[in-house]
Design a protein around this ligand. Structure first.
Ligand SMILES: Nc1ncnc2c1ncn2[C@@H]1O[C@H](COP(=O)(O)OP(=O)(O)OP(=O)(O)O)[C@@H](O)[C@H]1O
Length: 412
């Protein structure tokens, strides 16, 4: 399929740039001043909970809604002052299907082609190529209202592509699709990206977009909390946590062990939070075995586990990572969470060496570490963490206004 449309805007200029973009509806501030950059050729995942402002932003970029303040340029065109040029460079797929469903698939696309002044054999060839692309060629004569939801979504995409736009704005394209249809849609987006299109794809769900987006922005209550390449955003929002198991000796109380652990970890600046998990009962602790100094003490896993840390082996209770498995003997706790074991979840910032430091510091404090491993955060957790921690207790007037109208935190 042709992608020969000349690019509007200066070479190297991002496909989309917004500066302090705002939109209010009465007292509701749907966009509270967002700065967004979408490079040419990017597949930009625009993520946010219900009411975050995604549709409002996409409609402004498509020239369908006036901003209340700030500015936005798409392919170099100012969305307010050069609005007439926008339809030529943008394909917009709204989150609901159009109303012309008493047409056949072919008639439907011909109608939209005509809206762009496209008629004749070249337009028909393009229509047929698009039907192939979205895998609807065999439905060409079907009535639109007889199509399944997934087929309608694909037809909507063909409609958005009819004039070969450079930028595609897709509002929740995967909503309501079953898993198989989602996979098909994802493939289609990959094909469009391979054609060099710039795509902005909105969704509630970060994990839904993660494997095909090059960039991502997280919107919450009209504010763009974070935006950048997928790697940059994940690095910014992904909370790193370690799961640590400490053997509670028969003569000790879990509370005392927990207090010593907290005290030891408080000396590490990279540790941001320590949560004490469960501990076994005294009776169970009796079964745990592992006399002081003789138990399974090494850090069981995780990058940079503490073997190389100076002084790790000095503490009476602990042994360095690597020794645990070699030592054999009864598995008091091992990698599992067994009786006589206290679990800590330790949040930290930093590279793998921090995991080693956590282990070392606990061992140096005389604690019997049976397991240290990083907890892998899912993308969903990363998103929730971004919303909770980056949004913070936002007391700005914008957030307060938005919160009063459907901007519920984390709502789906
Ligand atoms: N035409 C309108 N009139 C009044 N308020 C509106 C209008 N359009 C949007 N809003 C409000 O602006 C805020 C942002 O809405 P928007 O539809 O942009 O969010 P969204 O992120 O797309 O949400 P969803 O995921 O539910 O579609 C919401 O509080 C919404 O109620």
């Amino acid at each position: 399929m042709s992608t020969a449309t000349p690019a509007a805007g200066a070479p190297g200029e991002p496909a989309i740039v917004t500066r302090n973009l705002q939109r209010t509806f009465g007292r509701v501030r749907a966009l509270a001043g967002i700065d967004m950059v979408v490079p040419r050729g990017a597949v930009y995942g625009f993520i946010g909970p219900n009411g975050a402002g995604k549709t409002t932003c996409l409609r402004i970029l498509a020239g369908l809604l006036e901003p209340s303040g700030g500015e936005a340029r798409v392919c170099g065109l100012d969305v307010t002052r050069q609005r007439d040029g926008l339809p030529g460079v943008i394909g917009y797929m709204p989150d609901f299907f159009g109303v012309y469903d008493d047409l056949t698939v072919t008639e439907y696309l011909d109608f939209y082609a005509a809206c762009y002044g496209l008629r004749g054999p070249a337009a028909r060839r393009r229509r047929d190529a698009l039907l192939e692309l979205v895998d609807l060629a065999d439905k060409a004569g079907e009535m639109v209202n007889h199509l399944s939801r997934g087929m309608k979504q694909r037809l909507g995409l063909a409609r958005a592509l009819i004039h070969d736009p450079q930028v595609l704005l897709l509002d929740e394209p995967a909503s309501g699709l079953d898993p198989a249809a989602r996979i098909e849609f994802r493939e289609l987006i990959r094909e469009l990206a391979a054609m060099g299109k710039t795509l902005v794809v909105s969704s509630h769900i970060l994990s839904e977009l993660a494997d095909f987006c090059t960039h991502v922005g997280i919107l919450h209550r009209g504010r763009l909390l974070v935006s950048g390449t997928m790697a940059e955003v994940l690095a910014a929002v992904r909370r790193r946590s370690a799961r640590v198991h400490l053997v509670v000796p028969p003569r000790d109380e879990p509370g005392a062990v927990a207090a010593r652990a907290r005290q030891a970890l408080a000396t590490l600046p990279a540790v941001t939070h320590v949560e004490i998990g469960a501990a076994a009962t005294g009776a169970e602790r009796g079964d745990a075995g592992g006399p002081p100094g003789g138990g399974e003490a090494g850090a069981a896993s995780g990058p940079g586990a503490a073997g190389a840390e100076p002084g790790v082996g000095d503490a009476g209770w602990g042994r360095a990572a690597g020794e645990a498995d070699a030592g054999g003997g009864p598995k008091a706790a091992g990698a599992g969470f067994g009786p006589g074991v206290l679990e800590l979840i330790v949040d930290f910032a930093g590279g793998p060496v921090t995991l080693a430091h956590i282990n070392a510091r606990l061992v140096q404090a005389g604690l019997l570490v049976s397991h240290v491993a990083e907890v892998g955060g899912s993308l969903e957790e990363a998103f929730l963490y971004a919303v909770e921690s980056l949004a913070g207790e936002d007391a700005s007037p914008a957030a307060q206004v938005a919160a009063g109208k459907g901007g519920g935190r984390g709502g789906r």
